[in-house]
Design a protein around this ligand. Structure first.
Ligand code: GLC
Length: 440
């Protein structure tokens, strides 16, 4: 068994740490301008102008069963869907607003269809819910609000009451957590209590737990769905730490206690979360696989984002990226699911340009080759510990020697602690080859 002690929190995180890989879905009206989900803020778009998207939103090709099949093929075990993003538009049939998909040409509860389709593929369901809301009339204008630079911005705040907005959030969270069956994850996003510098006038300051009334919001969620996993972004620490668009190099720890925590890296294919037509910074298939491996090698999960387009489809670039995961996971998912960071004594044997993961029962060690070496792979400290070795993708034996490299050359490595893997010259046709080591 893995010896790592992980900080205990109220949510049921055990299944989550076995699942390791999930799909993030950022979908809303911002798929139409197709130039970042923060478009309303960045371009300071007025309600009138933004209403055009509401008027014409018609995802006629939306078939979440297709999405769910792609997620499953990619090895994703859960999916987190934007029920509402910062723009405030609801992708579900809320009774507390008219600003929802059922009132657009879409005319249907898009969330309901997502939930049913993904559940049918055995994928667990998570809801992203934006704390920020640039549409709600009681959400006060602050330094990231689209109206921040209006000459009368301060006056526009008169009569706005965040307590009314906080109640609206509770009403919606109650809907989300009662109407759609068992929900495994609630992904609040996000808090910014520390305003950025003195440029920000007091009335423009950022928002945090007092504004959201986070304690009440979270208590409600826990009452409705005991065991639900909640992230830390409502400005109160909960179950889940969420490094964003960043590759960590070691297991994320609790700031004060130093304990290991349950963490999930969220990443995009190309930089923006919502569908972005003109973005060219798409990650290569190999980079994507490495990111997944690296995350699990540090004891974390990867939540990989797709931004569906305004017709309701994953575009060809997103499909290609998901296919890269599907191809690789087909033969290699055993090194991801139910795996975690290798035990400390094994970690010290890691050769350069490689990553280890280890099955949670401790019996198998997975060696991922980020660079493919010629001939021999030297594992110092593993002599006597490995019973059998094979490539994971095809189950073909990897011959091993101990104590020395079996080669006539001067300078061939030796040492009692040395385990040598003999590799074929040609790198197998796998983006990141994995060697499965059965431990004694
Ligand atoms: C950021 C962004 C947001 C995105 C989120 C995903 O907080 O505000 O657009 O949804 O990251 O982690």
């Amino acid at each position: 068994m893995s010896s790592y002690q992980i900080r205990q929190t109220p949510g049921d995180t055990e299944w989550f740490r076995s699942a390791r890989f999930g799909m993030f879905i950022h979908w809303g009206l911002y798929a139409m301008p197709a130039r970042h989900e923060w478009i309303k803020c960045r371009e300071r778009i007025t309600e009138d102008k933004y209403d055009q998207y509401f008027k014409y939103f018609d995802p006629d090709l939306y078939d979440p069963r297709e999405w769910a099949k792609m997620a499953k093929a990619a090895g994703m075990k859960y999916a987190v869907f934007t029920t509402k993003h910062h723009e405030g538009f609801c992708m579900f049939d809320s009774q507390y607003t008219d600003y929802k998909c059922t009132n657009t040409p879409a005319g249907r509860d898009l969330l309901r269809e997502f939930v049913d389709a993904f559940r049918a593929e055995g994928i667990r369901i998570g809801f992203y819910y934006s704390l920020i809301d640039w549409h709600h009339p009681h959400f006060t204008i602050d330094y990231i609000h689209p109206r921040r630079d209006d000459p009368d911005a301060e006056q526009q705040n008169i009569g706005r009451d965040m307590a009314i907005y906080a109640r609206y959030m509770r009403d919606q969270v109650r809907e989300l957590l009662t109407i759609y069956g068992k929900i495994d994850i609630l992904w609040f996003d996000w808090s910014y209590p520390n305003s950025n510098g003195e440029k920000v006038k007091p009335w423009m300051k950022g928002k945090g737990r007092q504004d959201w009334e986070s304690e009440k919001l979270i208590a409600l969620a826990r009452e409705l769905q005991p065991g639900i996993i909640i992230d830390n972004r409502a400005d109160i620490e909960q179950d889940l730490w969420t490094p964003e668009q960043y590759q960590v190099t070691e297991w994320v720890r609790h700031k004060e206690t130093g304990e290991l925590v349950t963490w999930e890296a969220c990443q995009t294919f190309s930089g923006s979360w919502g569908y972005h037509r003109d973005e060219t910074s798409w990650k290569s298939p190999e980079m994507l696989i490495r990111m997944l491996v690296n995350t699990v090698s540090c004891g974390g999960n990867l939540l990989m984002n797709v931004g569906p387009n305004a017709r309701g489809e994953f575009d060809s670039r997103a499909k290609a990226a998901l296919n890269a995961f599907a191809d690789w996971m087909h033969g290699n998912s055993r090194s991801i699911h139910n795996c975690t960071m290798a035990e400390p004594d094994l970690l010290s044997c890691l050769p350069p340009d490689c990553r280890f993961t280890q099955s949670q029962d401790g019996k198998r060690l997975y060696l991922h080759l980020f660079a493919y070496p010629f001939g021999h792979l030297l594992l110092r400290g593993l002599a006597g510990k490995v019973d059998y070795a094979q490539f994971l993708h095809d189950g073909s034996e990897i011959l091993m020697t101990e104590g020395k490299v079996d080669h006539f050359s001067e300078g061939a490595a030796k040492g009692d602690d040395l385990l040598v893997l003999n590799l074929p010259v040609i790198k197998p046709d796998v983006l990141v080859p994995v060697i499965e080591l059965f431990l004694k």
